[in-house]
Design a protein around this ligand. Structure first.
Ligand code: NA7
Length: 571
C-alpha cells in the first residue's frame, strides 16, 4: 500500500492522495473479534483459522507483503536450516502435493514464494492491512477491549489480540561510534534491500558470525573484491550439505506426507529423525568418532540432534563433540592462525544456536577474505573510511551488520503493549518474561503470543510449533464463545509455575552457561533468563491438549477475570 501511495503522490499530488489514504485507512479501521499482528507463517494461519471459525479478524503487517522473517531477511544466501519437506504447513494436503520440493533446504526466495502462494490460495490478502507497523496495543479495562494503533494512522479495536510477530524479528544493531559518518553503504541482514546490492569491486566488512553472518559470508566473498569478517565469538558451524533432492525421494515422500506430518508433531523438535539414545560415555572412542563423522557427513539436523543422548547435558560429552568440530575446523582451514581464531572456546557446543553453513569455513581459504578476532582486537570506532580496531584501520566501502535480534521478547515489547491497570509489558517483564504455556501473560487479558517466551517455537522446526499454537488458540477462542465467556487470562500462579518449569528444564542442560540470545545475553541490560521451552514439542503439545480437555485450568475465564485475579494476588 505504501508503494502504491508513493506512486500515486507522484502522479496526483500529495493533498489528493492524503485524502485517499485516510479513506483507505478508515475502511480498514473498526472493531473486530480479533486482531492478528504479523503476516508470516503464524499470522497467515492464525487469520485463516479465525476467519474460518467465523470470527471477524483483521491482520496487520508492517511489511508491504506477506512473509514475516522471509520478507525482511533477503540477504544473499538466506536460507532455512530446516529441510524443505518439513518447512511448510501441514494443513494443506492438496497443496503440499503440488508444491515443488527441489533443494534439501529452502532458500529465502522459495519460502517467500511459498507463503505468497498460500496467501493467494486462501484469499488472505483482503484480511490484512500491509504497511501498518503497530506501535500501541492498549487494553481498556472498562470496555474489556484492546485498541491497536499503527504508525500509519490505522486504529482498530478488538476483543482478542494475537501477536504473530516472530521470535527473531526485532533486529539488534549495536551502536558503534562514528557509524553515521561512514562514507560507504551500511546494510543489516535483517532488513536487506529489495533491490540487488552492488558488491562487485567493493571492500566489504561483515560484523557478526551467527546464523545470518555464516550464511551471507560465502555470498559476499563470491561477489565482493574483499571481505573482512569482524568476529566476536567463534561458532561451531555445522555443514548444511545443501543439494538437489532426488525426484524419486520426493515422490516417495509425498506419497507418505500426512503420516510423516503426524509423526513430526510428536517429536521433540518438529523433525522426525530418531533421537539418539546412547551416551558417548557408553561407547569406545573409535565408535564415537565414527558416529560424529557420519553425522558430519550427513550434515544439518543429523549433526545437531543426531549424535549422543547427552551432548548438551553432560560437560564431558559436550567436550567430545566440541573437540570433534574444532578438529574439523583445523582440517578445513589452510592457515593455522586463522583456524585457531575460528575454533570456539568460549561456550559449550550447542548452547548458542548452532549455525548451519554452506562453505562457511572453506570461505576463509579464499585470498579475498580476512578475519579480525574482536576479542583480541576490538572495534574502537567506525570512521568515514572504514572500521578502526585497536590494532589497525580497515578500509571499507560497505558494512554489513549481521548482529542478531532482541529475541523472543523484543518484538512483543516493541508493540507498546499496555495491559490491565495501565501496566506496560516491559515493566511486567522487568525481571524476565512470565507466561503461561508461552501463550498468555497474567495482567494482559485476551492477548495471545505465538512463539513468544515460554514457547518451544524457536528450538523446533518453527512451522510445526506455530501450527500447534494457532490451532490451540483458535480452539480456545471457539470454546470461550460457545461457553459465553468474554475472554480469558492466565492465572498468576499458573504462569509462575510454567515460568519456573521452563527454567528448571533449561537448568538440566548446559544451555544457561552460554551468553546466547536464548538467555537474552546478547542485549545489554536484558534480564539473563532462559527464554524458550526446551522440554520438547511433543511433551508441550500433550500438556496443552490436557489443559484444553480439562476445561482450561490455569486460565481465568470470562468477565470474572478481575475478581479472580484479586483472589490470586495478580501482578
Ligand atoms: P545471532 O545468532 O544473534 O548472531 C549475531 C552475531 O552478531 C554474533 O556473532 C554476535 O556475536 C555478533 N554481534 C552482536 N553484537 C555485536 C557487537 N556489538 N560487536 C560485534 N559483534 C556483535 O543472530 P543471527 O541473525 O545470525 O541469527 C539469529 C537467528 O536467526 C539464528 O539463530 C537462527 O535461529 C535464525 P556474539 O556471539 O554475541 O559474541
Amino acid at each position: 500500500m505504501r508503494r502504491w501511495f508513493a506512486t500515486a503522490v507522484q502522479r496526483q499530488g500529495a493533498e489528493v492522495c492524503r485524502t485517499i489514504w485516510a479513506v483507505a485507512i478508515q475502511t480498514q479501521a473498526g472493531d473486530y473479534d480479533a486482531v492478528v499482528i504479523g503476516a508470516g507463517f503464524a499470522g497467515l494461519y492464525m487469520v485463516y483459522r479465525l476467519r474460518e471459525a467465523g470470527f471477524r479478524v483483521r491482520g496487520l503487517e508492517a511489511g508491504s507483503g506477506v512473509g514475516g522473517t522471509w520478507y525482511w531477511n533477503r540477504y544473499p544466501g538466506a536460507r532455512c536450516d530446516s529441510e524443505s519437506m518439513y518447512y511448510s504447513y501441514s494443513f494443506l494436503p492438496e497443496f503440499e502435493q503440488e508444491w515443488p520440493l527441489e533443494q534439501r533446504y529452502p532458500t529465502q526466495p522459495v519460502i517467500l514464494r511459498y507463503l505468497q502462494t498460500v496467501a493467494g490460495r486462501l484469499d488472505l490478502l483482503k484480511d490484512f492491512t500491509f504497511g501498518s507497523r503497530v506501535d500501541s496495543v492498549r487494553f481498556d479495562d472498562g470496555a474489556r477491549r484492546w485498541t491497536v494503533r499503527a504508525g500509519d494512522g490505522l486504529t482498530v479495536t478488538a476483543r482478542y489480540v494475537v501477536t504473530a510477530t516472530g521470535a527473531l524479528s526485532a533486529a539488534s544493531r549495536p551502536r558503534f561510534e562514528g557509524a553515521e559518518d561512514f562514507a560507504g553503504q551500511q546494510y543489516s541482514t535483517a532488513s536487506w534491500p529489495h533491490e540487488p546490492v552492488p558488491l562487485a569491486g567493493r571492500r566489504v566488512g561483515l560484523i557478526g558470525t551467527g546464523s545470518s553472518g555464516v550464511q551471507v559470508l560465502p555470498e559476499l566473498a563470491r561477489q565482493a573484491e574483499s571481505v573482512t569478517v569482524f568476529q566476536r565469538t567463534a561458532q561451531f558451524v555445522t555443514p548444511a550439505r545443501q543439494e538437489r533432492l532426488d525426484p524419486r525421494m520426493v515422490e516417495l515422500w509425498k506419497a507418505n506426507y500426512q503420516e510423516i506430518r503426524r509423526r513430526t508433531k510428536i517429536t521433540p523438535g518438529g523433525i522426525p529423525i530418531p533421537s539418539p539414545i546412547r551416551s558417548a560415555l557408553e561407547m569406545p572412542a573409535a565408535e564415537r568418532t565414527a558416529l560424529c563423522e557420519e553425522a558430519w557427513r550427513r550434515g544439518g539436523i543429523w549433526f545437531l540432534d543426531g549424535t549422543f543422548s547427552d551432548a548438551v547435558t553432560s560437560p564431558e560429552v559436550n567436550a567430545i563433540v566440541a573437540d570433534f568440530v574444532r578438529s574439523k575446523i583445523g582440517e578445513i582451514i589452510d592457515d593455522p592462525v586463522v583456524a585457531e581464531k575460528l575454533k570456539p572456546r568460549t561456550h559449550a557446543w550447542g548452547t548458542k544456536r548452532v549455525p548451519v553453513g554452506s562453505d562457511y569455513y572453506e570461505t576463509y581459504n579464499r585470498p579475498n577474505v580476512s578475519l579480525v578476532d574482536l576479542r583480541a582486537d576490538p572495534i574502537e570506532r567506525i570512521t568515514p573510511a572504514g572500521i578502526r580496531t585497536r590494532s589497525a584501520e580497515h578500509p571499507l566501502d560497505v558494512i554489513v551488520y549481521a548482529t542478531g535480534f532482541d529475541a523472543l521478547t523484543g518484538s512483543l515489547e516493541r508493540l507498546g503493549v499496555i495491559g490491565r491497570d495501565g501496566v506496560r509489558l516491559q515493566d511486567a517483564w522487568a525481571g524476565g518474561p512470565r507466561t503461561y504455556l508461552g501463550l498468555m501473560v497474567p495482567g494482559f487479558p485476551n492477548l495471545f503470543t505465538i512463539t513468544g517466551p515460554g514457547s518451544p517455537g524457536v528450538v523446533t522446526n518453527v512451522p510445526v510449533a506455530i501450527e500447534q499454537h494457532v490451532e490451540w488458540i483458535a480452539e480456545f477462542l471457539s470454546y470461550l464463545r460457545e461457553h459465553g465467556h468474554d475472554g480469558a487470562e492466565a492465572a498468576p500462579d499458573a504462569a509462575d509455575q510454567w515460568t519456573a518449569h521452563v527454567r528448571e528444564v533449561a537448568d538440566t542442560t548446559l544451555y544457561p552457561t552460554a551468553d546466547s540470545w536464548y538467555m537474552g545475553a546478547n542485549i545489554p541490560g536484558k534480564p539473563r533468563v532462559f527464554l524458550p521451552y526446551i522440554g520438547g514439542l511433543g511433551v508441550y503439545r500433550r500438556r496443552c491438549d490436557e489443559i484444553a480437555a480439562g476445561g482450561y485450568p490455569g486460565f481465568v475465564l470470562g468477565s470474572s477475570v478481575v475478581a479472580q485475579e484479586a483472589a490470586h494476588g495478580a501482578g
